[in-house]
Design a protein around this ligand. Structure first.
Ligand SMILES: [Zn+2]
Length: 227
């Protein structure tokens, strides 16, 4: 039997609901059972969600590693919301929980240079507690390269630094001017069109042009932000 047309979007929602409730992804067998699919069909649906940039799978498997912003593996980006704790994929994804859920969130992370603790609280669209106060989010790769290998991009190149000095001391910032630094508030604003409707059944990623327009309204222009 062919896969009904609405199954991929329902599986996407199932994955995100499962992550929200359990802080872990569902497995293929759960997708097979919940949607009456064969293993091959369930695997095909997960691969289609990966191609549509909703999830990233562990290479060579049908295991869900990332459903942005959720991470199945332990990371340096801990998020607490409504009394539940999650791992986010990167500094951006950690802050994006606020746009996705519209609840107060607490982020516990580390300076990528010196491992000093970093703590943030986001409420009603802005950072209400930032410790240390000079915390910045550093994006090392230009936007056009984020999806070359999203697992590497998320895991290694979107991080917190305690201060500009620690950013400059880090090997990640080897060529000055190649990356950008953003405040937590800017990262929240950046997140809204990408994450604001993630928990809706009909969520669709914004088009390239609408993302570029959003970048431009934030003053984020130039080569780094080209897609
Ligand atoms: Zn540091």
């Amino acid at each position: 039997m062919p896969i009904p047309e609405d199954v991929p979007k329902r599986v996407r929602k199932f994955v995100f609901d499962h992550f929200l409730e359990h802080a872990a992804p569902p497995i293929v067998e759960q997708v097979m059972t919940a949607f009456s699919l064969s293993r091959e069909q369930a695997t095909d649906v997960l691969h289609s969600l990966e191609a549509a940039r909703h999830v990233a799978l562990v290479k060579g498997t049908a295991r869900i590693l990332m459903a942005f912003p959720f991470s199945a593996g332990a990371t340096p980006f801990r998020v607490t919301v409504r009394g539940r704790r999650y791992f986010a994929n990167c500094a951006w994804d950690a802050i994006a929980f606020h746009a996705m859920l519209r609840n107060d969130i607490r982020v516990e992370s580390f300076c990528h240079h010196c491992a000093a603790p970093i703590n943030l609280e986001m409420r009603e669209g802005s950072a209400v507690h930032v410790d240390p106060e000079d915390v910045l989010v550093y994006l090392a790769l230009p936007a056009a390269r984020w999806w070359d290998d999203i697992i590497t991009t998320c895991s290694n190149t979107m991080v917190f630094f305690a201060s500009p000095e620690h950013r400059e001391a880090s090997a990640l910032c080897a060529s000055p001017g190649s990356g950008v630094s953003l405040t937590p508030d800017q990262v929240h604003t950046l997140s809204v069109p990408l994450y604001g409707k993630k928990m809706d059944l009909d969520y669709a990623r914004p088009s390239k042009q609408s993302l570029l327009d959003h970048f431009a309204t934030m003053g984020l222009t130039g080569d780094f932000w080209k897609l």
